[in-house]
Design a protein around this ligand. Sequence first.
Ligand code: GLC
Length: 815
Amino acid sequence: MNYGYFDELSKEYVINRPDTPSPWCNYLGSVDYGAIISNNATGYSFVKSGASGRIIRFRFNSASNDQPGRYIYIRDNSDGDFWSGSWQPVCKPLDKYKSECRHGTAYTQISSSYRSIDTTALYFVPLDKNYEVWQFKIKNNGSEQKNLSVYGMVEFTNHDHYENDTVNLQYSQFISKTYFKGDHILQVINENGSEASSDVDGHCDTMGDPSCRFFGVAGQTVSAFDGEREAFLGYYRNYGNPLAVETGKCSNTAAYNCNSFGALQIDITLAPGEEKEMVFILGAGNEEIAKSVINKYNGEAANTISNVVNTQFEELKKFWHARLNNLQVNTPDSNLNNMVNVWNAYQCFITFLWSRAASFQYCGLRNGLGYRDTVQDIQGIIHLDDKLARERLWLMLSAQVSNGGGLPLVKFDHKAGHVKTPDESEYAKSTGQSYYRADDALWLFPTVITYIKESGEWSFIDEVIPYADKGEATVYNHLRQAIQFNLDRQGSHGFPAGLFADWNDCLRLGTKGESMFVAFQLYYALVIFKEFAQKKGLSDDVKWADEHLDRLSTQFDQYAWQEDQYVRGFTEDGYTIGAKENAEANIWLNPQTWSVISGAAKGEKAKTALNSVYNKLNTKYGARLFYPPFKKYGMPVARMVLFNEGTKENAGIFSQPQGWLILAETIVGNGNRAYEYFTEINPAAMNNHAEIRKLEPYVHGQATEGIDTLNHGRSHVHWLTGTASTVMVSLVNGILGLQPQYDGIKLDPCIPSAWKEFTMNKVFRGKMLNIKVENNEGVEKGVKYIVINGKKLDGCYISCDDIADTNDVLVVMGK
Ligand code: GLC
């Protein structure tokens, strides 16, 4: 069953049935002003943080599914019938009410058609602004004049902090007021001076400026308003039947000691065929700011609204499309194209910008960036915006502690050189984190090398960057120190300790238990470090890396390889996790894939490990994290036993590792299998099975239910997940084979043998490569030759010397 389709040309996903199996969302805005909106206009907005900068309410997990949001009601005053511009919240019968939602790159447009009245609401945050606009157009397609009332509304929070607003009503209700200011409702919190910190208990220590928000309208005159929620909704009612809309009259009530609200009533008449337009604006700021923003849209000339909105909208679209256009592909699989060209790419940017902070599952209470997540997220955007990637990479290097480990949580106001570390109690007090993770800084290796090779900025390796706590070092030495961190923390087999967690948050191996995932990561780190050391001509460092690589290789064979698979680790008391003889969890995904990605498993061993995954872990919706699930034996080390079997880290199909699986298969040359794995978890490929997957068919989720649950194939936790970046990397680098090098680029696709040809347009260091790949022999991997601008090159490498501003590139695959 499907609820919509991809509009490739306009880079939009179009939802033509509003009763989707879960709210299907989109992200608007930037780090300064963020907004999340569903296909039914629900969701919330915030300044800087979804938890502590909240402007409007959204009730997580409410029984009505998702409410409230940015609603616009329409009332036909001839008989009092009313509906909403999005299907929710009034929910008119779908045989009489038509609606379409177009989610695009940082905008959402929702149209409705009912009783010959057509409406369109375009929601977006203009570039670099800290407010959102809802351009609303309403047209009479009937043959009679219509007397209508339009009501735009938002439910303000009474406190910036989500928790205070939600559960500390004895405080938050009494600090907020609203005022009607002609073209907007102004909400003022702490008018008499505000608390300086968002103290969850509501203690008011130091006084600062009050916090103001506004909801206004340009283009039409306000007939009435409601600044208090209960005045608008009425008692014992809900958003489906607000009193003000039912009776046709807002009551002109302001809020004082209750729920602040913004509802604006606009009365209009529409002749047959006539269309009117207005712009609702929601933002943070005082009356002066509100006035100046609203006036910008009012202007003097006719059509000012359209002009201002259209210009801002075009700018926004251009901004996003320009980024996405740095890589566009046309393969025989439109579901893959849609992900690479638009949706996986856009999700990578959103995850990059918001980390795991604001979604319909979480609002970001932790106020900081998780180290591993963030360093992974950078990889997803490097091929589209290496400058943006560089800034964040710099930040994360400056959040590495001088002992080499990563800070578990990098606060939004991170001050490199002055941060307490997990070894100090102050850090734990302010972040709730008191231990190092074993893997955090090791993610820097693939990210740094990918950045350098994409951008060509080899000198980045010598850039001096401070450590989080004290001192500074070149990027090269930061990396060496990251390796040292794990060498300094080893267990009895000589593998790195798993510490508080490795990639798997549920695996608590401690200071003596050992993680094979981290062991393979460390191997990979050494491989990359050695490459850097060689390029710098530092033979002592090359030797040092080689010694550890040899040692680890021997240990892998000796302790970690069991017939056809690698084990997952060793506990402090000598139990082997992921051993074949175990009753539960006796084969794990990540050690197999990472043995290949790291280069530690070579030849037949690599293929054998991956075959074990295919035979023992794969399902039609992706590979499970391990199998069988923990039920009796998990604790205390394997805390995923807390999850129901087949779910999340307990033998669920955790989506992020699927990206590594695809990548690993491309490394050993299995294009068919890599593509099969991709298709299993490609959201777009589930477009016609939305009733099974439930999540948006255009974004990855965190996990899909495994075979042990009642709903195998159902996915959870939309948008903000590391899956975005790992799957993107596996597509770009693995399947499509776009592999930048220091002074050139390799084009080495690994594709399904059935693909006879495909094209890619890639911007590489500011130059356009128009690439056509031919595969007449039907191979999965292997390039015979390349022709660039008429010049034939053997193999798959193009040197920068051969790259002009615009290039015609032919890649001929074959044996
Ligand atoms: C979540 C966390 C991530 C972790 C993963 C596996 O996605 O955000 O940091 O690696 O779970 O436990």
